[in-house]
Design a protein around this ligand. Structure first.
Ligand code: AMP
Length: 279
């Protein structure tokens, strides 16, 4: 059985023992409802670090939509069983009152890369992410933090955060794990109806086609418009954005010499799906 720690004091005490013994600590922050995407991060941490902690915390501060927070899947027993297959050394699963006790008033607030796209659609989201990641790194004494490219903008936000605050943590970005039909694995996928699930891969297919067309010389706008039309025709209720951006700053980019990323968010079956790919 992998130990499940509930308090910051316990987590700290264990991490201190590891650090004292000269062991490196790899941390994989998650919100639980684990799937193979999360496990790939944990497996990579297992290969690269002496000790691995997976944190499971559904962070209320990064949800701008109370319904989404309420409906977020919570499957701790199943998560623990999956993490035992890696295996990780500890699961850190504090409650909200442990992370945000009475009197908590500090927010890590970020501009720049945290503002467009997800930052624009979900006000306060990245401040919530930056705050909790700062806290989790502090609580676990992390040497390395593992994050998925699935949440590309989040990964760029965390890279910037660590640089700006001189945190002694190496941020490792890990490849997006997909279902065989291309759909990026996500804890929210279970909320799709069986019919929605058959349509969901169109998101990845549409942005992949657009990226290919752009590389072949088609105009960005035309390619993106076609991708949005394909998704609407497939049954997506709403395409929130499909954007070609500078891969690091997330600002609009028409400079093919810089790494660029196509990022998209769209609603299907009342579920918000996001994905991104290099262009
Ligand atoms: P979440 O539990 O959704 O907050 O995700 C926790 C971490 O897992 C984040 O760093 C995500 O980017 C990463 N992640 C989620 N889905 C995937 C995926 N399909 N492939 C790779 N990483 C993922």
């Amino acid at each position: 059985m992998i130990p499940i720690l509930r308090t910051v004091a316990e987590m700290r005490a264990l991490a201190r023992v590891w650090r004292k013994a000269g062991q490196t600590v790899g941390v994989v922050p998650t919100m639980g409802a684990l799937h193979d995407g999360h496990l790939s991060l944990a497996r990579r941490a297992r290969r690269e670090c002496d000790r691995v902690v997976t944190t499971i915390f559904v962070n209320p501060k990064q949800f701008n939509n109370p319904e989404d927070l309420k409906k977020y899947p919570r499957t701790e027993a199943a998560d623990a069983a999956l993490l035992a297959t890696v295996p990780v050394d500890a699961i850190f699963a504090p409650g909200p009152e442990e992370v945000y006790p009475e009197g908590f008033i500090t927010t890590v607030s970020m501009a720049g890369v945290a503002q467009p796209l997800e930052g624009h659609m979900r006000p306060g989201h990245f401040d919530g992410v930056a705050t909790v990641v700062t806290k989790l790194f502090g609580m676990t004494l992390a040497d390395r933090g593992y994050f998925g490219q699935k949440d590309w903008q989040q990964l760029q936000v965390v890279l910037r955060l660590v640089r700006d605050l001189n945190m002694a943590v190496e941020v490792v970005g890990c490849e997006t794990i997909r279902e065989t039909d291309g759909l990026a694995m996500s804890s929210r996928n279970v909320r799709l109806t069986p019919e929605g699930r058959t349509k969901a891969p169109v998101l990845y297919a549409a942005i992949s086609a657009a990226a290919k067309d752009i590389r072949a010389g088609q105009s960005d706008r035309m390619a993106i418009r076609e991708a949005a039309e394909t998704m609407r025709a497939a049954g997506f209720e709403r395409v929130e954005y499909i954007e070609l951006r500078d891969a690091e700053t997330l600002m609009p980019s028409d400079d093919p010499a810089r790494p660029r990323r196509m990022l998209a968010a769209a609603w299907l079956d009342g579920v918000r799906l996001i994905d991104n790919i290099p262009v």
